[in-house]
Design a binder for this molecule. Sequence first.
Ligand code: ADP
Length: 271
Amino acid sequence: MNNQVPLYHHHGFIIIHVGPLLSTPTTPSHPHSPPTNDSWKSTLRPPPKDIRPQTEDVTATKGTEFEDMFLRRELLMGIFEAGFERPSPIQEEAIPIALTKRDILARAKNGTGKTAAFVIPALQQIDPSRPKIQALLLVPTRELALQTAQVCKILGKHMAVQVMVTTGGTTLKDDIIRLADNVHVLVGTPGRILDLAGKNVADLSECPVFVMDEADKLLSPEFAPVMEQLLSYLPDARQVMLFSATFPMIVKDFKACLFFLLFLQCSPTAG
Ligand code: ADP
């Protein structure tokens, strides 16, 4: 039993913490033997190993392997080609739960692999043969949108997945032209995406996966009204995944985070 990562069930959300506030040192162990037919791995070219010292945030895993997660082969190829040998603790906790389509709220420090923790389950749920937006990844800044889209492209490289970034500060016309083409994953900032959804340019009506990275910022008073409207363009059966390095209220005052959960569960009203 790993007591490092408490899970709370609340209002249908599963809450995951990974980090030193609650951690006890654990010895990494890797009990699973690799699958017998590894020949597909030999065609991959992972980057050179990162030999910098690592902290427990990224090393204290339970020993799950990406191969244990029932991911599609093309996605596994992207993961290994990115140089990820095994999941980090937040990935190990969040990915299997996310794949069951549960709503999750996950907290882990920056640099612990949160991006792949939501990109991997998002990509796994995409059917590249369907020309529809199937995952909406919201982030607070253009810089983060570009980085997140890059992770989607790298991990989804063998999946023929089309990724689009849209943020304020570029012309809307270019986005309109791009959206006339196939887009499976839309990454961007809330204002621009709301604009595109409101103009019926971005069709989110069949988008089952909705992620907020740096969710504490996205649900701040600055963004919250936009988020509320944006949610009304998504199907009722969407999966919501909130990721953040700081949900201090989860630890200090668990009740305060109910705000986030209730906010997301109320039926949103547009306009
Ligand atoms: P966060 O979103 O928590 O700030 P990132 O997703 O940016 O963290 O990941 C930090 C770094 O760790 C990135 O360079 C990323 O490529 C790398 N990384 C993520 N997951 C893994 C993994 N499973 N194995 C090796 N490196 C990883």
